[in-house]
Design a protein around this ligand. Sequence first.
Ligand code: MG
Length: 246
Amino acid sequence: MKRYPLYIFDLDGTLFRGNEPIDGAADAVARLRADGSQIRFLTNNSSQTRDTYVAKLRRLGFEAHPEEVYSSAIGTAAWLRENEIASAFVVGEPGLAATLEEAGIAVTSESPASVVVGICKSFTYDLLNQAMQHIRTGARFVATNADPTYPMEGGQFIPGAGSIVASVRTCGETEPTIIGKPNPYLVELILRDARVAAPDALVVGDRMDTDIDAGRRAGCPTLLVLTGAATVAPEGQDWLASVAEL
Ligand SMILES: [Mg+2]
């Protein structure tokens, strides 16, 4: 297969499932790295910090460095900074708030300039009410991602960020800016940081409607793998059974 200067790998369903690495994936990524390609990891998940993903990838046998990891939380922080939005009320996991704070965004419930919504396992009616009031008084509504569900080990699913975003959208009566895939923003951010042109970056993932769509919209070649959500490749889509075959 053609070698690319940059490979952008989705995580869940592409390099691992829960806490199980995909067989042969770590060796394949190591070969690409040894051949001189740049590697980036891109997840729509917003719940963890960059360091947590690096630790997990390493534990599962992948070489990984902090600057190679991109999440919807990191993308949200970058987007807020680009748009000169300096504060946020957060409906999300502690890892999301920590990622925003690391980027210099003040996390506050006092007159925030934005409401940032991601997966939130401690979601309550009170949080929903606070988010609604801030949005109705002019805070910018930003969603980390809109995945309806989140995959767990053994083929189980739990409610994803999209379910929480839908609640806030309903009472806030405002459409969010969505940062995660299929929005191409995160792929474009990686291309800018890596200084690689879109045609030279292969976007690899297990979902047509997020990974592959985001890659196409950014102008990148794409590769579907069948180790996660997708079980067949649509006509015309480049695919492999697994990253191990790269
Ligand atoms: Mg995936």
